[in-house]
Design a protein around this ligand. Structure first.
Ligand SMILES: Nc1ncnc2c1ncn2[C@@H]1O[C@H](COP(=O)(O)OP(=O)(O)OP(=O)(O)O)[C@@H](O)[C@H]1O
Length: 231
């Protein structure tokens, strides 16, 4: 019998409202549920304003849903004080954001060290392995401004993986990259999923949907389709 992969991320009926000053309300998420197993790779697609970034922030515990719950590796991360969410986030999820998750005045190595310190998981051997696997050993002493687009994307991934989290969430990680570098980054994310990490990538790029084994398509804060796993 094939062993059933552990669930590493569970979102149940997420709602998120934004209230503008004039009293107008935007419903960014309307009852979004999804489940991700270890080794799964989900692409979140949808037109601009459909709720992709809001969903990613709620999944990562960076934002609080107004309704519904998020569990990371079985631990509820939603509806907790920010301090607790930050502590859980540092251990349970690697986040790659649109603006990059690298601190400008720190070298790539120090950026990884910092992520490990925040997650209370210092591990130099793992840091060096990450740099090696991501082809960054020679660039470990460089600051982010000195990196090429592809190197910066790989460094962002190294930081996201610094504490060996069970889940990696990336919001438009390839938005600024050329097609060749995008396919390199997607190959890394696929490899990550194959190694047992749960991966969710929100993107406009068709290449991301092709690389993933499941696509969740959002429109007006709702899931329109949730493709079946290809693998
Ligand atoms: N901080 C905020 N305050 C008010 N409204 C917001 C806020 N953040 C998002 N929204 C609104 O919520 C809806 C969903 O936005 P979101 O950024 O999640 O969409 P998206 O699919 O990621 O868009 P894009 O592809 O353009 O990044 C939009 O109508 C947006 O205007």
């Amino acid at each position: 019998m094939t062993p059933v992969a552990a669930t590493v991320l569970e979102a149940d009926e997420l709602y998120r409202f934004y209230r503008a000053a004039e009293g107008e309300e935007t419903i960014a998420l309307r009852g979004v549920s999804l489940t991700l197993e270890a080794g799964g790779f989900i692409a979140v697609t949808g037109p601009s304003g459909s709720g992709k970034s809001t969903l990613m922030s709620c999944l990562a515990g960076l934002d609080e849903p107004d309704g519904g719950t998020v569990r990371l590796d079985g631990t509820p991360i939603s509806h907790r004080p920010e301090r607790e969410r930050a502590r859980l986030r540092a251990r349970l999820v690697g986040v790659v954001t649109q603006t990059g998750n690298l601190i400008d005045h720190l070298t790539v190595r120090r950026n990884i060290d910092l992520a490990q310190r925040i997650g209370a998981r210092p591990d130099r051997a793992w840091r060096e392995e990450l740099l090696r696997e991501l082809g960054l050993t020679a660039r470990g002493g460089a600051e982010p401004a000195a990196l090429s687009g592809g190197e910066a994307a790989r460094a962002a991934l190294a930081v996201a993986l610094a504490t060996r989290p069970p889940v990696v969430l990336a919001d438009e990680p390839t938005g600024e990259l050329d097609a060749h570098t995008e396919s390199e980054v997607l190959a890394l994310l696929s490899g990550l999923a194959e190694s047992g990490v749960g991966v969710v990538v929100a993107s406009h790029s068709p290449a991301v949907a092709l690389a993933a084994d499941r696509t969740v398509h959002l429109r007006d804060g709702r899931i329109m389709t949730s493709g079946e796993p290809r693998r």
